[in-house]
Design a protein around this ligand. Structure first.
Ligand code: HEM
Ligand code: HEM
Length: 191
């Protein structure tokens, strides 16, 4: 641990810029991947939810954007898992029980960020709609049209969406708890 990061947990920084400089942050790759996935998921989730309410003329466009961005998340998450295995995360702050809860929520977020695109992709294929990625690249279907499992896969996708939303709420709750109540440097580790 560097001299700079050793001092980081002793006191809270007086301004955000100072905190970002002093705190031992996640590696640049981890931060970039975190924010790319966060932005994508915050767009993909509502897109998926509102598909059923859209007018017929735009429904297919909503499907295409939702499915293509969702499939992109799968590949980014595979890179992110590799990054997680290779790059050391900074020491978490707070008591052991809070660190345990945070790592369980983070682990489940990783898991559901993989289950979501896989279940959506397989469900779409099973319903008989192979994915044309961003309207350009045909993606090979590992299941083909399979009506007998299609609705189960759709149910897994829909239920996982709500579990992911719950995990996200817990995640934001945790970040706010650290930032507003604990007033420690947790948020700055990801900036
Ligand atoms: C991070 C990735 C993804 C997220 C967060 C996500 C999220 C969602 C959400 C929130 C819904 C609405 C569920 C409901 O109404 O209860 C949904 C529906 C759906 N998603 Fe995804 N999804 C992702 C990836 C994918 C992928 C990769 C595909 C296909 C290639 C896909 C295909 C679908 C389909 C076909 C629906 C059903 C839409 C309808 O109600 O008719 N999703 N998704
Ligand atoms: C939009 C506002 C968000 C903020 C302010 C935020 C903030 C943070 C912070 C401060 C950390 C580090 C926590 C720690 O070290 O204990 C973190 C980690 C993490 N966040 Fe977020 N986050 C946001 C959105 C999201 C979203 C949308 C997701 C996914 C659905 C997500 C998934 C994760 C994961 C999986 C980690 C663990 C990092 C790792 O080990 O790679 N975050 N986030």
């Amino acid at each position: 641990m560097s001299k700079i990061s050793e001092t980081s947990t002793l006191t809270q920084a007086t301004c955000p810029t100072e905190a970002v400089i002093r705190v031992e942050r996640y590696a640049a790759t981890s931060r970039i991947l975190h924010w790319i996935v966060a932005v994508l998921v915050l767009a993909i989730w509502p897109l998926g939810f509102f598909i059923k309410f859209t007018k017929k003329e735009v429904t297919l466009d909503f499907y295409m954007v939702h499915e293509s961005l969702g499939f992109l998340v799968l590949w980014i998450m595979l890179v992110r898992v590799g990054n997680k295995l290779l790059v050391r995360a900074p020491q978490p702050e707070g008591p052991a029980i809070e660190r345990l809860v945070a790592s369980v929520v983070h682990g489940l977020l990783y898991l559901f960020l993989i289950i979501m695109p896989v279940s959506g992709f397989l469900a779409t294929n099973a319903h008989g709609f192979p994915l044309l990625w961003f309207g350009l690249v045909p993606i090979w279907s590992p299941v083909g049209k399979a009506p007998d499992i299609a609705w189960t896969l759709s149910a897994i996708h829909a239920w996982s969406a709500w579990i992911l939303l719950t995990l996200f709420a817990l995640h934001i709750g945790g970040v706010l708890f650290h930032h507003v109540i604990r007033r420690d440097n947790t948020l700055y580790r990801m900036l």
